[in-house]
Design a binder for this molecule. Structure first.
Ligand code: ZN
Length: 322
């Protein structure tokens, strides 16, 4: 049976599949994942050994797209030709993540009390900022995405996570929640599939311009982000990229807004990178300042599933800006 699916998807994971449409048990049946509910009975295809567990009634994505053109479903952050990729690889980045290394050290420490904890990465088609730190023999890691990338084990849409309640010990949304249509629904689903003491880690932008083209919908202040995770107890939260990164991105966006020709925009973006890459280093000095909470590029949150909900009265007491 296992030969039909990616061998990284262990049986302890596939045994907990549910149908993303009717939420009843689903199981691998030869070359499909089959919903066990007779009235629903959907067969979800397995493409390139990757189960496509999408609820098409409530998703931007359609199952037929994965069958017809699986290689085109890669929603790349930078959708450009090879020569441009080479230039970008030479030019210094305007971005820098201050916290992710420490975030993953903390998460691994928090998981170390468990035997073979299960981790679900949403948006894990490729290794992004330090996610490889959580991929080690101690953890059972499920790398999911809406696109087929080098690391994708399963296609899922965060609005309908196709796993039973209380399945995972950690769920990761790194630079993902701005790209989902309804982040509140995705976090509710995360809460459902986490164990009672399950952990959540999210890093989400605040002062960032549109990226990934049409697939970019929402931004969060520090408190807006805390409210998104109101059904979790906070372990730690803060700035992952500060006002230096935000300013670099803003200069690039300003310059890009002056130019209509996409090739000139690309050239000017590259020049901005060389002129202003150093702004990101200022974040190391300012990331805890009050003003940074008013204007940071983005915030992270690490929390533990709770059965209590943080009230909005309690929420506003947590304001760290000015
Ligand atoms: Zn079903």
């Amino acid at each position: 049976m296992k030969t039909y699916i990616n061998t990284k998807l262990q049986q302890v994971i596939t045994d907990r599949f549910i149908c993303p449409v009717c939420k009843q048990k689903a199981y691998i049946n030869n070359s499909v994942v089959k919903c066990s509910n007779i009235e629903c009975g959907i067969n979800f295809p397995i493409v390139k050994k990757i189960p496509i567990l999408i609820n098409e009634d409530d998703s931007i994505f359609s199952i037929k797209d994965y069958i017809n053109k699986p290689d085109n479903i890669v929603i790349s952050k930078i959708n450009i030709k090879n020569i441009a990729k080479r230039i970008i690889s030479f030019s210094p980045s305007l971005s820098n993540n201050l916290s992710s290394k420490n975030n993953f050290i903390l998460l691994n420490n928090l998981l170390s009390t468990k035997i073979k904890p299960k981790v679900l990465i949403i948006g894990g088609a490729s290794i992004t900022t330090n996610t490889d730190m959580i991929i080690n023999p101690n953890n059972i890691v499920v790398e999911s995405d809406v696109s087929i990338g080098p690391r994708t084990q399963i296609i899922i849409d965060g609005h309908h996570i196709p796993f039973e309640n209380d399945t995972f010990d950690l769920l990761i949304f790194q630079a993902v929640l701005e790209h989902v249509a309804d982040p509140y629904k995705c976090v509710q689903e995360a809460h459902r599939v986490l164990n009672n003491d399950g952990l959540i880690f999210a890093a989400t932008p605040f002062m960032q311009q549109v990226h990934m083209r049409a697939y970019d919908f929402t931004r969060f202040t520090h408190l807006g982000h805390r409210r998104l995770f109101r059904a979790f107890n906070e372990i730690e939260s803060g700035v992952f990229a500060g006002t230096g990164v935000a300013l670099g991105w803003s200069i690039r966006a300003f310059v890009n807004s002056l130019i209509r020709n996409k090739y000139f925009r690309f050239i000017l973006s590259t020049i901005v990178s060389f002129l202003f890459f150093w702004l990101k280093y200022i974040d190391y000095i300012t990331h805890n300042n009050k003003g940074t909470f008013n204007g940071a590029s983005g915030f992270y949150f690490i929390g533990r599933k709770s059965d209590k909900v943080l009230s909005d009265k309690e929420l506003i007491k947590l304001f760290k800006g000015y």
